[in-house]
Design a binder for this molecule. Structure first.
Ligand code: SHN
Ligand code: NAI
Length: 198
């Protein structure tokens, strides 16, 4: 039987969550880069005894707090989401265990058994965002799919969203009538028979 991805994607308001990245090396830079590419307003703290120059430069351009220190549990105070990227496997696992004990969602980068969530491939076009996951099976496929969709999804998809948002405000009637009108209006965008709950 074909395997199936049972992960549930959600779209976080990264601006009002406090995210901690433990480590300041190459992996921290990669995770921070994709986090900020999607959510430039994300509120992030980095903690590590040593930072690579590229990581520091990236952090400086955004709302990222940099703390030069070894990880300890007090850095979890007030954090909602944690990503561990150190080159010390036992430290990454300590971070994982500390987070689990406090119900803080944790991702040990590139270490699936120690992840409550995975980072995905992300495509953003204006208000439209698509997140891609291969269930942790092939990050390279997630990256290629991200590049593919960045290419083929037209920039003007955002105009459609904005226009429909305006149009929605002008429709009269109760909620059900609005839904019906909007669905009727956009039927032509999809070349298949409308199925219920699609
Ligand atoms: C499970 C997951 C956990 C997590 O880290 O969240 C994970 C795990 C691992 N990554 C590894 C390596 C690489 N990761 C990338 C790239 C990305 N990895 C990302 C996510 C995820 N990576 C999560 C699953 C996502 C999903 O469900 O599909 C992306 C999408 C998002 C992001 O990083 O923010 C980002 C692309 C962003 C973009 O381009 O848009 C590349 C490609 C490259 O750099 O060219 C390589 C090198 C090639 C290779 O080795 O495959 C290894 C092996 C390490 C080793 O060899 O030791 C593991 C461990 C394992 O697979 O077991
Ligand atoms: N660089 C890569 O492409 C890949 C790396 N990895 C694994 O990920 C690990 C990290 O890789 P890099 O980021 O390249 O290493 P790196 O050497 O660039 O960075 C390691 C970071 O961990 C920090 N650190 C060490 N002890 C710490 C502690 N007690 N508290 C907080 N921070 C601490 C260091 O100060 C440094 O900032 C490696 O051990 C490697 O096994 C896995 C796959 C690919």
């Amino acid at each position: 039987m074909q395997e199936r991805n049972n992960l549930y994607p959600i779209f976080l308001k990264a601006q009002r969550l406090h995210i901690l990245i433990v480590g300041g090396g190459s992996v921290a830079e990669e995770k921070l880069h994709f986090l900020l590419k999607s959510s430039p307003d994300a509120k992030v703290t980095l903690v590590a005894p040593m930072f690579r120059e590229n990581t520091l430069n990236l952090a400086k351009q955004f709302n990222v707090e940099v703390v030069e220190d070894y990880y300890n549990r007090t850095y979890l105070n007030g954090k909602h989401l944690v990503i561990a990227t150190t080159n010390q496997p036992d430290i990454n696992i300590e971070v994982y265990n500390d987070c689990r004990a406090q119900n803080i969602l944790v991702n040990v980068a590139d270490n699936p058994p120690y992840c409550d969530f995975y980072m995905g491939g992300i495509v953003t076009k204006g208000n439209v965002k698509i997140a891609i996951s291969t269930n942790g099976k092939s990050p390279t496929t997630a990256k290629r799919l991200r590049q593919f969709f960045e290419d083929v999804i037209p920039e003007h998809i955002d105009d459609l969203v904005k226009n429909l948002n305006e149009y929605r405000k002008t429709i009269k009637g109760d909620f059900e009538e609005k839904v019906q009108t909007l669905n009727e209006f956009t039927k032509g965008l999809i070349n298949k028979k409308e199925a219920h709950h699609d």
